[in-house]
Design a protein. Structure first.
Length: 299
């Protein structure tokens, strides 16, 4: 890729890399070319601007080229660099986990708001179902600990052992292990009986893409992200019934459920919650008026 450059400098190979990504149809080609070069050189992106004339060694060029080719084949940037920012935290990611999305930060906002008024500390046993990278659990724990709270516990589950390894790494990276326990299993299956009727909040961003829509997703998603993190069954709603139904055994009176949903799924999820006896059921939309979350109170 860089053979026509005699002594390639940072500025030159960024240009080449951006051209390559652009031809491969990658949007934001220039920005991504810079991110990939910074990753290959193990430096911050800003440092590239400070040394545009620095000559790049053959080994570094090869590493950069490898990354560009992966990106050209639609591998998401986060899987190539192994990291993704979520709630201003730098999380480790790999192909065994869904890349945390910015909209999921709304769940963390809601949880932090719940605990911020000091009136809800009796809800301090929190369960997260389908933790993946651990994004929600880690961001919540990190921010509560930073605010000086220690009196809470998060029980996070996932059916994927490989995903839990990523969550574990993020928990260690952010040093929040003192308040988190991880469990491998189907929805609630692996959780200890000792927390039955003692859970204050159940939070989940379950797989919610209708099976038939998976094939129409962007190649970055459908070819690389784990299908088990995406596929929510025929209507995309398979997880909500069991989460709400069985959740009733775990929740304390007044306990909350907080579920990320796909746009257009709000009505059905709210109906399920109502039929199962939940109250204070609310649908939350984002700034673009897309349905994002349903919250409910147990009794
Ligand atoms: C949409 S991803 C959400 C990941 C992460 N919580 C986030 O918000 O970025 C759904 C997660 O649920 C997990 N999952 C799928 N089926 C499950 C099940 N039956 N029980 C527990 N977790 C499950 C997947 O492995 C995946 O990590």
């Amino acid at each position: 890729m860089f053979t026509d450059l005699a002594v390639p400098s940072i500025a030159q190979i960024i240009r080449k890399g951006a051209d390559y990504l652009s031809v491969e149809g990658i949007p934001n080609a220039r920005l991504e070319a810079e991110v990939l070069l910074a990753h290959a050189l193990a430096m911050e992106r800003i440092q590239l601007y400070m040394r545009p004339d620095q000559i790049i060694s053959l080994k570094d060029r090869e590493r950069y080229q490898e990354a560009l080719v992966k990106r050209g084949q639609n591998m998401p940037l986060a899987y190539i660099t192994g990291s993704k920012e979520f709630y201003s935290l730098d999380l480790h990611v790999n192909e065994n986990v869904l890349i945390p999305r910015p909209e999921t930060e709304l769940l963390v906002d809601w949880l932090l708001a719940l605990f911020s008024d000091g009136k809800h500390w009796h809800l301090n046993n929190i369960v997260e179902l389908g933790t993946g990278t651990g994004a929600v659990t880690v961001a919540l724990a990190y921010n509560l600990l930073k605010a000086g709270h220690k009196d809470f516990r998060i029980y996070a589950t996932d059916i994927s052992w490989a995903a839990l390894q990523v969550a574990r790494e993020n928990i260690e990276r952010l040093q929040v292990g003192e308040v988190i326990e991880l469990f491998e299993g189907d929805i609630y299956r692996a959780l200890p009986e000792s927390i039955l009727s003692k859970v204050g909040v159940i939070v989940s961003n379950p797989p919610y893409i209708p099976s038939g829509d998976i094939g129409g997703l962007a190649p970055e998603i459908r070819e690389y992200e784990p299908i088990g993190a995406l596929d929510g069954g025929v209507e995309g709603l398979d997880f909500y019934g069991p989460i709400l139904d069985e959740g009733r055994r775990f929740l304390v009176d007044g306990g909350r459920v907080l579920l990320e949903i796909g746009d257009g799924q709000g009505r059905q999820v709210m109906d399920m919650a109502a039929k199962l006896g939940y109250g204070d059921i609310e649908l939350h939309a984002d700034y673009g008026a897309r349905e994002r979350m349903v919250t409910a109170r147990w009794r």
